[in-house]
Design a protein around this ligand. Sequence first.
Ligand SMILES: Nc1ncnc2c1ncn2[C@@H]1O[C@H](COP(=O)(O)OP(=O)(O)OP(=O)(O)O)[C@@H](O)[C@H]1O
Length: 592
Amino acid sequence: MSTFTFLWRLIMYRPMRYFVNALAWTLIYLAPIAPGLVTKEFFDMLAGDSALNIGIWGIVALLIGAALARVALIFVGFITDVHFRFRIGMLLRRNMLAHVQQQPGARAIPVSPGEAISYFRDDIDQTEEAASWSVDAFGMTTFAAVSAVILIGIDAELTLYVFLPLVLVVTAAQLSTQRIQKYRAASREATSNVTGAISEMFANVQSIQVAGAEKRVVNRFRQLGEERRRTMVKDRLMSELLDSVFSNSVNLGTGLILLLAGQKMRGGDFTVGDFSLFVYYLTFVTQFITNFGKFLTYFKQMGVALERLTALLQGAKPGVLTASHPLHLSRREGKFDPDEARHGAAAGYDTGLERLEVRGLGYRYPDTGRGIADISFTLARGSFTVVTGMIGSGKTTLARALLGLLPASEGTIRWNGREVADPGEFFIPPRSAYTAQIPRLYSDTLRNNILLGLKETDGNLARAIHAAVMEHDIEHLQLGLETVIGPRGVKLSGGQAQRTAAARMLVRDAEMYVFDDLSSALDVETERKLWERLFEARGEATCLVVSHRKAALAQADQIIVMKDGRIEAKGTAAELLAGSESFRQLWHGDEG
Ligand SMILES: Nc1ncnc2c1ncn2[C@@H]1O[C@H](COP(=O)(O)OP(=O)(O)OP(=O)(O)O)[C@@H](O)[C@H]1O
């Protein structure tokens, strides 16, 4: 999609609001025409050349009236602008967020969350800015055209002589924006290198001291500081130079008018009022050129923002960004109903799981070409299935592709015989719940981390905590469930973090529980208790568990042994001990 099409589609999202905004700002930009003409009359009156006969107070009243009208227009203009630009920003953010949420969970965004936030904030701000300035560009051009007609009417030659060099000077300055962008980018990068170095130094004080590297680190920091100084000086020099060109061009223009007009005034065909009108409009025409340049810069930046936003869509059509959706800002658009939005994918399925069939499931990571292929198995209601295998054999990939957290490239999944079209939207509570190998915890209380917004009812929290073998840990925490566990749960041990995630999963009633290597940070005794309690608590629920631990394998109705992304063997522990060499190794390896 071209930048222009992007802008056009955004405008067409709310064309009436854009039109009203454009009208308001065109009037605002046209407003100085009137005081310019009044000022001309004032000077002509002093010189006795005035055609209007309204006296000095009449002129003062007209000037005040024109100023007040402009203030009122600007007031209206800001309201129309805010309504238009924030709707565009909200639509883009809404569409991007909806797209990210529809992506398979493990690949929702192709960048770090910090970077994604900068796309949502800065790139969309940039786009809003350009769309908003397009209105100004239109208004300013109209002003320039009207004022040019008036000035040419007074003196075409002077208009040309005065405005042409001015246009050339300011345009030349605008053309150097590319250079200023280059300097700006370099100074930004140098600044982030310096701040990056500061945070690395603070994070690694001990390693720096142990390696006796203080001097080298300080020298490197000096180098980075020096680089930053150099790039900042260039950046500032260029900006100041441009600023001075813009602000001085009015003075230069006035000087030029004086030189050229003096002659004409002596001849009597150019009045003092004409002179004042030229000078008055000159300021606004200069502003027009500066601001038009600004719009061009914003438009270019909008192109960059569009590229970045499109990259975040990971191959989806850029049209996703501008698709029209209600923002639920007015009563007419109605209230947003999250349940209606969420459960579309599951309509028509029975919730109770009788049988889950997976046939020929496959997924390859685009960057390594590794993954899983030809995975087929069946889970019966209430069964306990363990997926096992060596490190890197594809166990996690299997669980994630099944749940739609990775986009499976082949295969089918059937829930009670009916094909699941979108596993990512389908496998959510109350159909299934999942604990990842590396739990995602938040800097909040333990209680909120487990409940994640769910209501606490009839001891559901206590039961989940008991099943996840967490009750002793909570007793030993000074604030118990109200303990704030720090960013990403840093105040918890690895095992506590995993069991918190397990409790989060178990507090949600689900037909199917999927655990990815839940026991990797648990001691043998805690793990034994965990499986025991889980068997007590889960009732009819079906479990799919990634594990290599005997405590889990021994309980399994079915074990799937993975090797190099494929199923190597399937069966109970006894069958596999008799028939699978890989399984024997895993089983005895756990003893070791
Ligand atoms: N995000 C990723 N990008 C690219 N390749 C990946 C990614 N994650 C895993 N792989 C590769 O896919 C293969 C299967 O990995 P997977 O994590 O599913 O194995 P696993 O059996 O769960 O391993 P572990 O026991 O260490 O958890 C491995 O060869 C791994 O290198």
